[in-house]
Design a protein around this ligand. Structure first.
Ligand SMILES: Cc1cc2nc3c(=O)[nH]c(=O)nc-3n(C[C@H](O)[C@H](O)[C@H](O)COP(=O)(O)OP(=O)(O)OC[C@H]3O[C@@H](n4cnc5c(N)ncnc54)[C@H](O)[C@@H]3O)c2cc1C
Length: 293
C-alpha cells in the first residue's frame, strides 16, 4: 500500500557530525532512512514497498558534495549528482564517469540522482557501480565512531546487501590514478538509449604493451547478484602478449565469472552473449594485436 505523504517526516541535520548522531540515535527507535536525491526512495514509496516514514535529509551536507583532484587521484562526494559528474572538468580525466553519468535515466533524474544513492541502493543494474569497480575505487564511510574506508570490490556482501553498519553513511569515493596509456571503455546495453535500466553494463580498464597485459580490470553489472570483477577473464589476459588467441581465452573464461539470470528485462542467454561481444569489442579496441586478422 502507498504511504500517505502526510505521514512522512524528514529530519534536516546541521552538518555531517549532527547527521551521524541523529542516525545513530535513531537505531533504538525507528531508524532514519538516509535520503539523497530520492529518485529510488520515491519510487519505493510510490510502490508501497518501503515501510519507512522517517528520513534523514542529506541535502544540507555540503561536506558530501563535490569533486576534488589531487596526486592521490579523484575524490567524489557521495551527494554529487550525475549531472555534476557529467559536467565537471576533473571527471573528464576519468572518462567512464561522465559516460555513465549521462546515461542514468534522463536529464531530470541526472539533476537529482547522486552517485552515493546509486551505490547505496545496491541494484546490480546501477550504472556507476561497474565504473567504480573498474577504477578500483575506495568507499569512504562515516559514523559516530569515526571514518573508515572499504575497497569498492568488498562493498557488496550479497544481493542488495552492503557491508555497512546501520548507522554508517557513505561520504564519498576515492579513485586512484591509472597508468598512462591505459585503455578504458564504458558500455551500457538496454532497451533504448535513454530511460532504460541496463540489461548488461560493462566498464573495463586494460593496459597492454609489447611485453604483455599488465593491468586488466573488467567490471560488470546486471549479470550477477552484485556488480562483479571478471577475475577469470582478467587472469586469462594478465602477463600475456596481446593476440587473437588471448582475446578468445578471455572471452571463454568470462563464463566462469558471470551468473546472468532471466528477469523482466532480459534473459540469461542474451545477457551472456552480449557480455561476450562487449568483451571481444573492448579488447579489439584496446590493442590491434587482439583483433583477428
Ligand atoms: C525514471 C528513473 C530512471 C532511472 N534510470 C536509472 C539508470 O539508467 N541507471 C541507474 O543506475 N539508475 C537509474 N535510476 C535509479 C536512481 O536514479 C539511481 O539509483 C540514483 O543514483 C539514486 O540516487 P538518489 O540520490 O536519488 O538516491 P535515494 O533515492 O535518495 O537513495 C537510494 C538509497 O541509497 C541510500 N542512500 C543514499 N545516499 C546514501 C549515503 N550517502 N549513505 C548511505 N546510504 C545512502 C538511501 O537510504 C536509499 O536506500 C532511475 C530512477 C528513475 C526513477
Amino acid at each position: 500500500m502507498k504511504t500517505a505523504l502526510s505521514q512522512l517526516a524528514a529530519v534536516r541535520p546541521r552538518n555531517l557530525a549532527h547527521a551521524l548522531t541523529l542516525l545513530h540515535e535513531s537505531l533504538g527507535d525507528e531508524r532514519l532512512v538516509p535520503l539523497a536525491g530520492g529518485t529510488d526512495l520515491f519510487v519505493y514509496l510510490h510502490a508501497g514497498t518501503l515501510p519507512a516514514k522517517r528520513f534523514l535529509d542529506l541535502a544540507p551536507l555540503k561536506e558530501l558534495r563535490g569533486v576534488r583532484v589531487g596526486k592521490a587521484g579523484l575524490s567524489i562526494g557521495a551527494m554529487t549528482t550525475f549531472d555534476a559528474i557529467a559536467r565537471h572538468r576533473a571527471c573528464a580525466a576519468w572518462p567512464m564517469l561522465p559516460q555513465a553519468a549521462r546515461v542514468v535515466g534522463a536529464a531530470q533524474i541526472q539533476n537529482r540522482a547522486t552517485i552515493g544513492g546509486n551505490v547505496a541502493n545496491a541494484s546490480p543494474a546501477g550504472d556507476s557501480l561497474p565504473v567504480l569497480l573498474a577504477y578500483d575505487a575506495t568507499v569512504r564511510v562515516a559514523s559516530v565512531r569515526g571514518e573508515r574506508t572499504i575497497p569498492f570490490a568488498e562493498l557488496y556482501s550479497g544481493y542488495r546487501r552492503l557491508a555497512l553498519e546501520p548507522d554508517e553513511l557513505i561520504t564519498g569515493f576515492d579513485l586512484p590514478p591509472r597508468p598512462d596509456g591505459a585503455h578504458e571503455r564504458f558500455r551500457k546495453v538496454g532497451t533504448r538509449a535513454a530511460q532504460s535500466i541496463s540489461k548488461v553494463v560493462f566498464a573495463g580498464v586494460v593496459h597492454a604493451w609489447r611485453g604483455g597485459v599488465d593491468l586488466a580490470r573488467l567490471a560488470w553489472g546486471s549479470v550477477a547478484p552484485t556488480p562483479v570483477r571478471a577475475r577469470a577473464a582478467e587472469h586469462a589476459l594478465l602477463g600475456r602478449a596481446a593476440s587473437p588467441d588471448v582475446a578468445r581465452d578471455a572471452v571463454t573464461a568470462l563464463a566462469r565469472d558471470l551468473s546472468p539470470i532471466d528477469d523482466i528485462r532480459s534473459d540469461a542467454g542474451y545477457r551472456a552473449s552480449v557480455a561476450n561481444a562487449l568483451l571481444a569489442q573492448f579488447l579489439a579496441s584496446a590493442h590491434p594485436s587482439f583483433r583477428n586478422r
